[in-house]
Design a protein around this ligand. Structure first.
Ligand code: LLP
Length: 444
């Protein structure tokens, strides 16, 4: 089929003209689980994990692929990536909790965040978190204090460095530039000072450095420049402070295809640029090769997931446009509104019909900006059709909300004709489960 570029790898057409994913007819899935429904293809996720692991093995034995679970954090998917041999990046106490509940051993967990609270740090330390990626001087001091109180072995840490690079991506998801809330900058020797202080902290073990320059990046040159800058700092810290960099974590960021026009780099090329970049730069300074770590999120789960909606109201404004409204929107996918992200979709019950109708797909929320796809081509829609949006596996459910009293969708994982419910749909009762009324109903 023509859609495989943006849809999960197991996508097929059924003899009845429906879309099937993981051997499951999407029309039957929504009958069983309702809409909106987030469908993840297990094979696609495993395939991406294996591509990363395989690509690394071509270059080195000393590496770690760390799943950035902010892209989609759930028990089942954390377990799946653990089975595939990945480590995990958590960006909060909550994601840490989910990773632990999924069975991740502490030493495989990297704890991130520019404002980790004392409670979060204590929780992670008490669970034996492997690595804390320290983001600020304040955190460095606090972590030293907390590790000293615990009195166990020294807590392993990395320092997050902001290499001063503006990646080619949306400004909201650039993170490597000087003007950033993240990490230690290189200007005025800030990063070097951080390394000095970390080395001097008796209860911390500074094992290496980290940098993440941004997300949804297609051009690899930014990663190469970040490595040059990081290794220069490593060389300086080695000469001046005797710092030995054993771990170099160069973040995530590989872009994916949301529409057929997108042209992301391959996992192979991305890994080559990162590993060989580190090798070349370290060798040029006569320093040993560190363990190379990367943190992909979007490229692990993005294309594996789709969202199925039911078409409701269709409004034709003659000479202007046709709005096709679906039963979800900005509460399950904020990305079009937040980043002007473009998506592609199809009608799962009409996959053989020509995609010849230009429509604008709107959500059901009380905002004119709640538009999922603008001027996109699908088969002629009718109320009741099942519209599937491609590549919604990363940062969609994860950034979901209860806006307008929406209930978060159900999430299923499909494989070989079997669908497993991995997150239940929220209910109306869930919406009030944490609320306390002013008075009970019927009370005077
Ligand atoms: N490592 C760190 C420290 C990060 O901050 C991130 C993403 C990643 C790894 C994973 O990056 P990825 O491989 O997924 O590009 N909500 C935005 C994306 C925010 C990314 C935040 N950090 C979006 O929907 O595009």
């Amino acid at each position: 089929m023509t859609h495989t570029l943006v849809y999960p790898i197991s996508s097929m057409h059924t003899p009845t003209g429906h879309l099937a994913i993981g051997g499951c007819d999407v029309v039957e899935l929504v009958e069983a689980f309702g809409t909106p429904l987030v469908i993840y293809d297990e094979e696609s996720i495993r395939d991406q994990c294996r591509r990363y692991m395989e690509a690394f093995r071509q270059h080195t034995d000393d590496f770690e692929v760390i799943y950035a679970s902010k892209a989609f954090s759930s028990l089942a998917i954390d377990q799946l990536v653990l089975e595939e041999g990945l480590s995990i990046d958590v960006s909060s106490g909550g994601e840490y909790h989910i990773a632990r509940a999924a069975g991740f051993p502490g030493e495989r967990i990297f704890f991130h965040g520019n404002n980790k609270t004392e409670d979060e740090l204590k929780y992670a330390l008490s669970g034996g978190v492997g690595f804390v990626v320290v983001d600020s001087f304040q955190e460095l001091a606090l972590l030293e204090e907390l590790s000293a109180e615990r009195g166990r072995s020294r807590q392993r840490i990395l320092l997050r460095i902001t290499p001063g690079i503006e990646a080619h991506t949306h400004s909201y998801i650039q993170t490597g530039q000087i003007d950033s809330k993240f990490g230690f900058g290189l200007q005025d020797g800030v990063a070097l000072t951080a390394i000095r202080r970390a080395l001097a902290a008796p209860h911390l073990d500074l094992v290496g450095l980290h940098a993440h320059i941004g997300s949804q990046i297609f051009q690899l040159d930014g990663f190469r420049r970040a490595i040059e800058i990081l290794v220069k700092l490593i060389g300086q810290a080695h000469d001046e402070l005797g710092f030995e960099c054993r771990y170099l974590n160069i973040g995530g960021g590989l872009g994916i295809r949301y529409t057929e026009e997108d042209t992301p780099s391959s996992i192979g090329d991305y890994v080559t640029v990162k590993v060989e970049g580190v090798r070349e730069e370290m060798a040029a300074l006569g320093l040993p090769m560190p363990r190379v770590l990367i943190e992909p999120g979007r490229s692990i789960v993005g294309k594996a997931g789709v969202t199925a909606y039911r078409v409701g109201t269709i409004k034709e404004i003659p000479g202007v446009r046709t709005y096709v409204s679906v039963d979800g929107g900005m509460s399950d996918n904020i990305r079009p509104m937040l980043y002007d992200a473009h998506y592609q979709g199809l009608l799962a019950n009409k996959v053989e019909a020509p995609a010849d109708t230009t429509v604008t797909v709107a959500g059901k929320h009380c905002e004119s900006g709640d538009i999922l796809m603008r001027d996109t081509l699908i088969a002629k829609p009718e109320p009741g059709d099942i519209l599937v949006m491609a590549a919604t596996g990363a940062y969609c459910y994860a950034m979901g909300s209860n806006y307008n009293g929406s209930t978060r969708p159900a999430v299923v994982l499909v494989k070989n004709g079997r669908a497993r419910l991995i997150i239940e749909r929220e209910t109306y009762a869930d919406l009030v489960a944490k609320h306390h009324p002013l008075r009970e109903q019927g009370e005077a």
